[in-house]
Design a protein around this ligand. Structure first.
Ligand code: NAP
Length: 266
């Protein structure tokens, strides 16, 4: 795929997988719209992309502020006249029991991980369908394939992505728009450090699974390949543990639940 002529909008571009995607896409010559809350980090990431200023548009936003997003999407589309590829990558995880989690925290996780991407998708979809070309990418999680304790809202938000984007794919395929779901297992980023506790404060610790995960760069290259090949759903960063969990949960959900109920999951 010739990225030179593509306009790519990446959310969650200030760190981890989104940052690595920005660098990879920039290296391929794409024009980039980079979004997240932290403007200072976006400036740093923009500097690493190796593209001319005219091909870079930084668009800070808060995905939890759903009402602000249609206007942000208009700004993103106006920057280069269109969006060819939207990557709904931003996300926030969770480390708290349902009984100990404030409803505002559950709503924030659903809004950032699921509903905000729906708004951005709807906004850019009109132009994509009119041009009969475009690609929507949603970064999901292995947490969409089974549920584990302390992550109920996170699992719910990631399960919702598959329900929504699988239906969308069937609606827009013949209109020239592709939809790809990325399903990472373990990537070495700050996702657990930034995960929310029940009161909305950060968990603040690096999980062993992420510590041992693949690099964000390797993950980004696999995502880029999946976009080029127009894949419908792609797993990345699957280790033996993730593969076993996926196998057991698909073939015996009861056994899987017994195991995770007894496991000391953090
Ligand atoms: N790392 C893994 O092992 C793993 C596994 C499965 C799925 N994933 C998924 O991969 C995606 C990227 O996460 P990551 O691993 O790269 O973690 P990360 O380094 O914590 O990145 C999360 C990104 O989301 C942005 N973000 C968070 N809240 C936001 C908000 N309210 N508004 C706008 N942007 C917001 C953050 O930017 P600001 O703080 O600047 O806003 C940051 O750029 C997420 O959807 C995550 O669920 C990761």
């Amino acid at each position: 795929m010739d990225m030179e002529n593509k306009v790519v909008w990446i959310t969650g571009a200030s760190s981890g997988i989104g940052e690595a995607l920005a660098v990879e896409m920039g290296r391929r010559g794409a024009a980039l719209v980079l979004s997240s809350r932290r403007r200072d980090r976006l400036i740093e990431v923009g500097g690493k992309c190796g593209i001319a200023d005219e091909k870079l548009f930084l668009l800070p936003l808060d995905l939890a502020d759903i009402d602000s997003l249609p206007e942000k999407a208009k700004m993103a589309e106006t920057a280069f006249g269109r969006i060819d590829i939207l990557i709904n990558n931003a996300g926030v995880s969770q480390r708290s029991k349902v009984s100990e989690t404030e409803i505002t925290v559950i709503k924030k996780i659903i809004d950032v991980n699921f509903l905000s991407g729906v708004v951005l998708t709807k906004e850019v979809l009109t132009g994509m369908l009119a041009r009969r070309a475009g690609h929507i990418v949603a970064v999901s999680s292995i947490a969409a394939k089974f549920s584990t304790p302390l992550r109920a809202a996170y699992c719910a938000s990631k399960h919702a992505l598959h329900g929504f984007y699988n239906a969308l794919r069937a609606e827009v395929k013949e209109g020239g728009v592709d939809v790809t779901l990325i399903v990472p297992a373990f990537v070495k980023t700050g996702i657990s450090v930034n995960a929310l506790l029940g009161d909305g404060s950060p968990y603040g610790a690096m999980d062993k699974n992420q510590e041992r995960g693949i690099s964000p760069g390797e993950c980004a290259r696999k995502i880029l390949h999946s976009i080029e090949k127009k894949k419908r759903e792609v797993y990345v960063g699957m280790d033996f543990k993730a593969r076993t969990a996926l196998f057991v949960s698909s073939f015996s959900p009861v056994l899987f639940e017994r195991i995770i109920t007894r496991a000391r999951i953090t």
